[in-house]
Structures are given as structure tokens and as C-alpha cells.
Design a binder for this molecule. Structure first.
Ligand code: NIG
Ligand code: FE
Length: 389
């Protein structure tokens, strides 16, 4: 298999404290050797071994590819009108999801797949090398299963979100919809997914319903993750920690007890500032979570309703400007933090043996991701050792 060395890296973020001081494990004047789909060597540029191919980074920064651990990309249509209304003063509600459900049900498999691929490519161009995505805009047995089948053809990180909202077809009988989600729909969906998720919120599913759905999914081998405490205070975060969910996502409205639970449990707090941006909601308090000792991930929540951005750099800039994170913390959360939220150790780091997912910036330091917001700084991307951008 071909080997490549990237030399003359001004600053390499490894996220490996054995390679450099602190959580980002930075190495200055570095080189990385890629062998096939793996990182084979990391060290000083002056000591780089000879390889088949050589890439001169020209004094620019390299960091691990972003791990976007939360998106909703199997959908059709868009919600421009809803966004416009919101920016004129209307508030966000889960009800808008129904618009996308109708468009998604009406779309062909080919249309859904083409839309997914377009957004995956868009994310890759912005440095995302691993992307989780969910069902949740089908809400019938057939439409949820097809969403997951389509997603699974393009990513290993697939989440069953039949419990996004109660299907409009069951508006008068939510209990029957929970039976469907935990019965025939789960049967059809479990083979295609790794994770099970519930939107635990007023207007979606309450704590008891969420527990029933997550427990049923776990019994079928799916690992829980939860849309928790996005629009209001509620039971989602504590339920996530109690069920040992991989991640509690949003975490916008947290009590002291919620913060304590996240700090003391195994559940990652995944913050999604694109949603607060696009819904004009208060920012999640990353500083409070970090100071308490919680593990924080940063992701896009890319979806046509609440957060239509595929840009992790944009989320990093928001997190630094408005959520109390330092640039180092935000970059860690968007790489190693995302990997933790997906319970992966092969990605989110650059060290011998990890998957060769690397982003070369058009900048001398990863700090520029927040320092130069809105500027397209991603210059090259390798995924599994293959240069994609
Ligand atoms: O994570 N909160 C629930 N689901 C999405 C929004 C989906 C939509 O509005 O279409 C979210 O924000
Ligand atoms: Fe979401």
C-alpha cells in the first residue's frame, strides 16, 4: 500500500497527550506518515522518513478530521419560509418537522440519496471526515427503514430516530405510535442502525415514553443517545445518564442536577450551536459543563429546520464567541469530543494506528478556525488515507 508523508506542518493537533503537552497534544514543525488508511508515524518534520509520496504543508496547520456526531440528513425539501418567519419574530417549535416529513415521504429513494450525498460532500469540503446521521423524517415503518438503509450506505454512524415526533397519522393516539416505534418499526430498523435516539421534549416525547423507546432499542443492541433539554428544562439529560447513553444532545436548558449528572456519568454532552443560532435561542453554557468536568462534543445538528449548516468551523466559532469555550477546547470537542460521543477511539486523533483522517488548514494554527469566522480555511482533507479535497 502507498505511503505518504506530510511535512512542514507548523502546528499539528494530535489530541494525544503522549505526543504533546495538554489535551490537544500539539506537535510543532511536525510531519505525519500515512500508510494505507492509517497513520503510521508522527514526529518532527526534520526526522520524517522517506515515503512514496511527499506533501509539503508549507507551514500550515493540520488537525484531525472533524467528527460531526449529530445530523439529520435523510430528508427532502427545505424550510426557507419557516426560517424567514422565525427571523421576523416567530418562535421555533417541533411542529415544523411535519413539513419535512411530508416532503421526505413524497421523495424517491434516489432523491433522498442524492440529497444526502450532496450534504456529505459539502461537509467533507469543510473538514468533516466522520458524520453521524439519523432517520426521523419518515415516521412509518417503511419510510424509517428506507432512511436508515440509505444512510447506512454512506456512513457507519446511523441512528434510528423513529421517535422524532409522534407521526401525524397517530396524532390522536401517541401511545399507539410508541408501540409502533418499539415494535414493528424497531424490527425493520434495528438491522440498519447502531444507535437509537428520542426527541425528549414537550410536543415530542415525555420522559416515560423516551425511557420505553430507548430501553426497547437497547434490548435490540442499539446504543441510546438522546435529544435532551433543547427547548426547555426536562428529564432528557438525566434519563440519558441513567441509561448510560453515549450522548445527551443539545443540553441548552440545564439545572445544577443535570450538570452534575453529566459530570459524574459516562454520557457526553453534545452541544449544537447551529440550532441556537438558527432558532435565536439562548446559547448552551459550555463553560459551566467543562468547569464541572463533563466531556463536551460540538456538532452541527445539520437539518432543514432548526440548524441548516454542515459547517463544523462555523460551530467552533460560535462556541468560542458565545459559549465560553477557548479555541483549543472547541477544536478538541469537534474532533476528539465527537469521537467520544460516538464511542470511537480510531478517529478524532492523529497518532500511530488511528484512521488517517486529516484536515490541512489554510492557516498556521487551528486557532484561526475561531479567529477567522466564515472564512473557508480547509485546504485539503484526507479520509481513510485518501485525499478527498
Ligand atoms: O435536533 N430537535 C429535534 N430535531 C431537530 C430539528 C428537526 C427539525 O426541525 O426538522 C434538532 O434540532
Ligand atoms: Fe437533532
Amino acid at each position: 500500500m502507498a505511503t505518504t508523508v506530510i511535512t512542514n506542518i507548523s502546528s499539528l493537533v494530535t489530541n494525544d497527550p503522549s505526543l504533546g503537552a495538554g489535551p490537544l497534544g500539539p506537535v510543532q514543525d511536525a510531519a505525519v506518515v500515512i500508510d494505507g488508511d492509517r497513520v503510521a508515524w508522527v514526529g518532527a518534520s526534520s526526522k520524517a522518513p522517506a515515503t512514496d509520496n511527499r506533501v509539503d504543508a508549507g507551514g500550515r496547520a493540520v488537525l484531525p478530521g472533524f467528527v460531526d456526531s449529530h445530523s439529520h440528513l435523510v430528508f427532502a425539501g427545505d424550510r426557507t419560509a419557516e426560517f424567514n418567519a422565525r427571523m421576523s419574530g416567530q418562535s421555533y417549535s417541533a411542529g415544523g418537522i411535519r413539513t419535512t416529513v411530508a416532503a421526505t415521504r413524497a421523495a424517491s429513494d434516489e432523491e433522498l440519496e442524492a440529497n444526502l450525498v450532496r450534504h456529505l460532500r459539502e461537509a467533507l469540503r469543510q473538514g468533516t471526515t466522520t458524520l453521524e446521521t439519523k432517520s426521523g423524517y419518515g415516521l412509518t415503518v417503511e419510510d424509517e427503514a428506507r432512511a436508515l438503509r440509505i444512510a447506512a450506505a454512506h456512513t457507519d454512524e446511523v441512528t434510528y430516530l423513529g421517535a422524532h415526533i409522534v407521526s401525524p397519522d397517530y396524532a390522536d393516539d401517541p401511545a399507539a405510535y410508541v408501540d409502533l416505534v418499539t415494535g414493528p418499526m424497531l424490527d425493520a430498523c434495528a438491522p440498519h442502525a447502531r444507535w437509537v435516539d428520542v426527541f425528549c421534549e414537550k410536543g415530542a416525547f415525555d420522559g416515560d415514553q423516551a425511557r420505553t423507546i430507548l430501553t426497547a432499542g437497547a434490548a435490540r443492541g442499539l446504543i441510546p443517545r438522546v435529544h435532551a433539554n433543547q427547548l426547555s428544562y426536562g428529564p432528557g439529560v438525566q434519563l440519558a445518564v441513567e441509561l448510560d447513553a453515549a450522548s445527551a444532545d443539545h443540553c441548552t436548558h440545564l439545572t445544577e442536577a443535570d450538570v452534575d449528572a453529566l459530570a459524574n456519568g459516562n454520557t457526553v454532552a453534545t452541544l449544537l450551536p447551529g440550532a441556537e443560532f438558527s432558532t435565536r435561542a439562548p446559547w448552551p453554557d459550555a463553560r459551566r459543563l467543562l468547569d464541572a468536568g463533563a466531556t463536551v462534543a460540538l456538532s452541527t445538528d445539520c437539518n432543514p429546520g432548526s440548524s441548516y449548516t454542515s459547517s463544523v468551523p462555523f460551530c467552533i466559532a460560535l462556541a468560542v464567541r458565545d459559549m465560553g469555550m477557548t479555541p483549543d477546547e472547541a477544536v478538541w470537542s469537534a474532533t476528539a469530543g465527537g469521537a467520544a460521543a460516538l464511542r470511537r477511539t480510531d478517529i478524532g486523533r492523529i497518532a500511530p494506528g488511528t484512521r488517517a483522517d486529516l484536515t490541512l488548514l489554510e492557516a498556521p494554527s487551528h486557532v484561526h478556525l475561531a479567529y477567522r469566522p466564515g472564512v473557508p480555511l480547509v485546504s485539503a482533507v484526507w479520509r481513510s488515507g485518501v485525499r478527498e479535497v
